[in-house]
Every structure is written in C-alpha cells, then in structure tokens.
Design a protein around this ligand. Structure first.
Ligand code: ACO
Length: 169
C-alpha cells in the first residue's frame, strides 16, 4: 500500500450562512457547523484511503468566534495521522470579510474516521508522512488524542494510555 501525505487529502468546502441555519442571535447554529465539518472531514478521510469511511468520534471542537448570518465560511480539512484503520482529520474554519476578503480563523476541530469494507468492518489504510512543520506537530500529537478518545469511549484502560501518562511524568 503506497504511503501518502496530508496534502493529498486536503479538502476545502466553502458555503454561505443562510437564515434557516442560525440561532436566535442570528449566528450559525453549532450543530449546522458540526455537520458541515463532518462532511468536509469525511471527504478528506476518503481522499486519504479511497475507502468508505465512518465517523468514529468528534475529538475536539472549539467554537471560538460567532459566525454571523450571511458569512462566507470555509472549512479546510486534512488527515493529520493515519493509524491501522483509523485516521485523525484536523480542520480549520475561516470566515471571510465581505468587503476586504480578509480571512479570520473562527473555529478548529478534530474528528476521527475509520475506513470500513462493505460490511462495515475496519480495513487497513495507507500510512501517512507529514511534510511541513505544522503537519509534523499535528501528527506527533495525534496519538495522544487517539488514546484520550479511546479512554473516554471506554475502549482503552487509562493505565495503557502511554502517551497521556507521558504528559504528566
Ligand atoms: C461519515 C458519517 O457520518 S458515518 C455515520 C456515523 N458513524 C457511524 O455510524 C459509525 C458507527 N461505529 C462503527 O461502525 C464502529 O464503532 C467503528 C467502525 C467506528 C469502530 O468499530 P470497532 O468494532 O470499534 O472496531 P475496532 O475496535 O477494531 O476499532 C477500529 C479502529 O477504530 C478506532 N476507534 C474506535 N473507536 C474510536 C474512538 N472513539 N476514537 C478514536 N478511534 C476509535 C480504533 O482505535 C481502531 O483504530 P486502528 O485500527 O487505527 O488502530
């Protein structure tokens, strides 16, 4: 199986915020953004492995800024690390100023996906080789995040989470 780079999975999705997608303050509804990010991240995960992928967990979401009605929202998604059948997808969300076109970062999120066969069983995926400094940093921290996600899901004992334990030693 040929190794791949994060860049090969890079996915960008740009869309408007419409009135039906807002909360009472006329800002983008959080659940709508989660769904948009799920779509963008699943495309990135598919681009990495060229298989059917399912969302295994939402590891982290930071709603740092409100996203007002009428905003142009761009989600950039990229696989940050591939394991055996699972992969971490890191997303950066930007809003664009209508007049200047200047982009501001509004949000960040990390989702995990698993590649599966036609019966839904996990299948092996290609390894990934980070190239840039940012890609290397995200790659290095991904195992820690995976272990945290597995501990929270009750799929790993805390004592086995070596990367997490190393943080406190
Ligand atoms: C795009 C969409 O919206 S899809 C719809 C929403 N998603 C779904 O319906 C998925 C439903 N869940 C499932 O089908 C299963 O739980 C799966 C496929 C995610 C995992 O199946 P399991 O039987 O737990 O498989 P298994 O224990 O072998 O784990 C498979 C991989 O998933 C990883 N994994 C499982 N749960 C988690 C989790 N909570 N966080 C991170 N990784 C996880 C495992 O670590 C393993 O990774 P690896 O092979 O890279 O080491």
């Amino acid at each position: 199986m040929e190794n791949r780079t994060p860049r090969q999975s890079f996915t960008t999705v740009t869309d408007l915020v419409l009135p039906s997608e807002t909360n009472p303050l006329n800002n983008l509804f959080g659940g709508e953004l989660l769904a948009r990010m799920d779509r963008a991240a699943s495309i990135a995960a598919r681009r990495h492995c060229r298989r059917v992928v399912v969302t295994a967990s939402v590891n982290h979401v930071a709603f740092s800024r409100m996203i007002p009605l009428g905003s142009v929202v761009t989600i950039e998604a990229q696989v940050s690390r591939a394991f055996k059948s699972s992969m971490e997808v890191y997303m950066d969300v930007y809003i664009e100023d209508r007049e200047s076109g200047e982009r501001t970062k509004a949000n960040e999120a990390i989702y995990s996906f698993v590649a599966v066969d036609d019966t839904g069983r996990p299948v092996q995926i290609p390894a990934i080789h980070p190239e840039t400094e940012d890609e290397k940093n995200r790659y290095d921290a991904a195992l820690r995040r995976k272990q945290l996600s597995l501990v929270l899901a009750g799929k790993m004992k805390a004592a086995e989470a070596t990367e997490l334990k190393a943080l406190f030693e």
